[in-house]
Design a protein around this ligand. Structure first.
Ligand code: NAP
Length: 473
């Protein structure tokens, strides 16, 4: 922090003519002394430091009729720190609503910023902060968030800047904001529960979770907070005011599970059917939604959910149980045919019912498409695994998690008979099960491999780095 304070590099500043082209709203960047024109910006200074400010005006007129509070600002100057996949996605919507975007990222995204309205890319965070955004939106990966927050020269911002984050976990950013930001800064922690894929046709009806962690009680601060939340309201998001703690309790497991299933299915390289009559297009959407997100994001969900290793084990165990049920039943049916009995009392009735189902299935479904049946079989397998995990609906489900819940819902008591029938019908069903096994193992190895790698480097390449109790990612 001291080193960033000492240096004030004025290189890489965007050219002035370009900045002046930005409108609305009018503002003059790189000046710490001129106030931008919309109402929100007066909230940074105390009345005494600004003799002509609206605050002192209202004091001098306190004996006359009270003025109605000014309406919330219609446009904001929003700094997006972390201009990757999600940052760019948000910027498009923000700029379409007329807000001004000041972007900064580790990578130079100038050309992408140039292609968006009202958007400018700052290579140097000092220059960005000197442009005095109303809102600083932290949009970096979960794992780099703390490091990036520390690197922002906050001393160059106005005193009452509003800080917002959009990380997919919530208690962690809340605690680093409270720990690192001066008390003058306002804080909202948010989680737009959709991404560039699931939100590509608009945000209408999609959940937006937020907690107003700290908002000063002046009218301007409250209006600025409302103006920011209005961006999502205007797009039709389902606004959910929820504490970060509750969010994590509800969403940590469901998000990690959704991403795991999406990644495992992607590993299987299933082929979508052009005329999908079985309704499994949502399964392919799930794969698309989760795999278009970075591995970094998935890894962040893994690291910040303390139950994730346990959940991986439970998925494995549930899958083993599904396979055991399946093979036990197939053996039961065959034994009934060979010896007239399964030899296991409790299996007798289900095996008889299953055998009858197989007979009718065999008569009616001879011409089933092999690929479509394979997808159906895999979907049923996943549904059975999830049912064994005891998936529960939540008030803040992503589209992906809704797909998982639907799979479980589709599993009825007859599903197991159908499951056996599909297993018998598909020539390579055993191979499909093996592929699922391999895909699960691959995803797990990728996660654990990364863990091992990081800890190993810290222990043996730079010993002593974990001494302060925090591990570098
Ligand atoms: P991500 O992989 O989680 O994050 C990518 C961003 O983090 C990029 O801006 C990248 O900068 C930056 N970054 C990564 N490592 C860094 C490092 N060591 N130092 C500095 N910057 C670093 O993918 P994302 O989808 O863009 O997500 C961004 C945030 O939004 C995450 O916190 C995520 O949880 C949250 N979110 C994402 C979604 C979604 O669907 N994608 C939905 C809701 C919330 P460069 O590109 O400059 O390298």
């Amino acid at each position: 922090m001291l080193s960033t304070l000492a240096s004030h590099p004025c290189t890489n500043r965007p050219s002035l003519p370009f900045l002046l082209r930005l409108s609305p709203p009018p503002f003059v960047p790189l000046s710490r002394h001129r106030l931008p024109l919309h109402s929100c910006h007066s909230c940074h200074a105390s009345p005494s430091s600004l003799p002509n400010s609206s605050a002192s005006l209202s004091l001098s007129q306190s004996n006359s009729k009270p003025h109605p509070p000014p309406p919330p600002p219609t446009t904001l100057k929003i700094a997006i720190i972390g201009f990757g996949n999600f940052g760019q996605f948000l910027a498009k919507y923000f700029s379409q609503q007329g807000h001004t975007i000041l972007a900064h990222s580790r990578t130079d995204y100038s050309s992408i910023a140039n292609s968006l309205d009202n958007t400018i890319f700052f290579k140097d965070p000092h220059d960005l902060c000197e442009s005095h955004p109303d809102v600083v939106l932290l949009c970096t990966s979960i794992l780099s968030a703390e490091k990036v927050l520390r690197s922002i020269p906050i001393q160059r911002l106005r005193r009452s800047t509003l800080f917002v984050d959009v990380l997919s976990v919530k208690e962690f950013p809340r605690s680093i904001f409270l720990e690192r930001l001066p008390p003058d800064f306002d804080i909202i922690c948010t989680h737009p529960m959709f991404g560039p894929e699931s939100g590509k046709y608009g945000w209408n009806g999609l959940p937006f979770v937020y907690e107003k962690v700290r908002i000063g009680d002046s009218h301007e601060r409250v209006s600025r907070c409302e103006a920011f939340l209005n961006i999502f309201k205007k797009e039709g998001c389902r606004m959910i005011d929820m504490s970060c703690k509750e969010h994590d309790e509800i969403a940590a497991e469901s998000q990690f599970l959704t991403h795991t299933v999406g990644r495992v299915l992607a590993e299987m390289r299933l082929k979508p059917n052009p005329d999908d009559s079985m309704g499994y297009d949502t399964l392919f959407q799930l794969i698309e939604n989760t795999c278009s997100d970075s591995f970094e994001l998935y890894y962040g969900l893994f690291m910040y959910n303390k139950n994730s290793t346990d959940l991986l084990d439970r998925i494995y165990a549930a899958y083993e149980e599904v396979k055991k049920d399946l093979r036990r039943m197939v053996q039961g049916i065959l034994r009934r045919q060979l010896f007239g009995t399964t030899g296991v009392g409790e299996l007798e009735d289900p095996a008889a019912r299953c055998e009858a189902f197989l007979e009718s299935f065999n008569k009616e479904m001879v011409d089933l498409d092999e690929n479509a049946t394979g997808v159906h079989f895999v979907a049923l397998t996943i549904g059975m695994i999830l049912a064994k995990l005891g998936l529960k609906p939540t008030s803040i489900a992503t589209k992906g998690y809704e797909t998982l819940l639907k799979l479980v819902e589709d599993i009825s008591s007859e599903s197991f008979d159908l499951y056996i029938a599909l297993f018998m019908h598909i020539k390579n069903s055993n191979e499909l099960l093996d592929q699922l096994d391999i895909s699960l193992a691959k995803v797990r190895t990728e996660l654990y491999g990364r863990l091992h790698d990081i800890l190993r480097r810290q222990l043996f390449d730079q010993p002593g780095i974990i001494s302060n109790g925090r591990t570098r990612m």
